[in-house]
Design a binder for this molecule. Structure first.
Ligand code: ATP
Ligand code: MG
Length: 245
């Protein structure tokens, strides 16, 4: 199947505030899509709807032909394993070590007793350490996360999401707290995951240049509506400028 994410007539409001207005789009398998728009445009809300962190008032979101918005309980939990989310304000547990935070991504596949005692196997550890190293945190593997900087915490969250082996990675401003070197390393890591493992990437970005450099397509959101959705190389400066007016 080519389109693994199909969004139809999606409308989302908080009380009287309509934040997303009748969104229609399809994301192809293995695509790398950047979402641009000014603060408050609805970028985070859009991403959060995709794995049902918000429940829209109307519309449909199909993932491999299944309607996400109808999912609950175990089904929804399974879906969130396949569609990983990196939060704008990284949600990791401060009192856990880096390694334990990353290992929590394997809990979904454990039974109750195993998860109660934090039972992880050798492969879990191997994968967790591989990605801790890839996000540049090898030295911090056994540090408690409360002692890490904001950028380091963000990278813990990224390693955790990747360890889920998702089909789709939703990333909400994942590099906003990182310095240039770390931001580039993380974007290169996303690129590799996209190219080598065919993980579909949907990423909210503030930095237009980074979006242009790494994405294959760009979604421009303005006031909760799609201004454009097209191949990155065909997006004009005027179209970008228009988003931020
Ligand atoms: N949980 C919420 N409850 C009420 N209103 C919300 C909630 N989340 C977002 N909003 C509102 O929805 C609108 C869009 O917010 P959203 O966070 O999606 O914007 P954004 O494009 O991600 O902005 P930013 O670039 O600043 O992260 C804003 O007006 C915001 O106040
Ligand atoms: Mg946001």
């Amino acid at each position: 199947m080519n389109n693994n994410l199909i969004i139809e007539n999606l409308t989302m409001s908080f009380n009287d505030n309509i934040v997303l207005k009748n969104i229609n789009l399809e994301i192809e398998n293995g695509d790398f899509v950047a979402i641009l728009g000014k603060s408050g445009a609805g970028k985070s809300t859009f991403l959060r709807c995709i794995n049902k962190l918000h429940t829209p008032q109307s519309g449909k979101i199909y993932f491999n032909s299944n309607d996400i918005l109808k999912m609950n309980g175990k089904k929804l939990q399974k879906l969130r394993q396949k569609i990983a989310f990196i939060f704008q304000d990284y949600n990791i547990l401060d009192n856990l070590y880096t390694i334990d935070n990353v290992l929590t991504s394997f809990l979904v596949n454990k039974n109750f007793i195993q998860s109660l005692f934090g039972y992880y196997n050798k492969d879990d550890y191997k994968l967790a350490i591989k990605y801790i190293e890839k996000v540049g945190l090898y030295e911090e593997t056994f540090k408690k996360c409360k002692y890490l900087s904001g950028g380091q915490k963000q990278r813990v969250a990224i390693a955790k999401a990747i360890c889920q082996k998702p089909e789709i990675l939703l990333a909400d401003e994942p590099i906003s707290n990182l310095d240039e070197k770390n931001a580039t390393d993380i974007m290169e890591l996303f690129k590799k995951l996209n190219e080598k493992k065919n993980i579909t990437i949907l990423i909210n970005l503030h930095d237009v240049n980074i979006a242009k450099k790494y994405s294959k397509k760009i979604i421009g959101i303005k006031n909760g509506k799609i201004s454009f959705y097209k191949d990155t190389e065909s997006v004009t400066d005027d179209e970008i400028r228009e988003l931020y007016i």
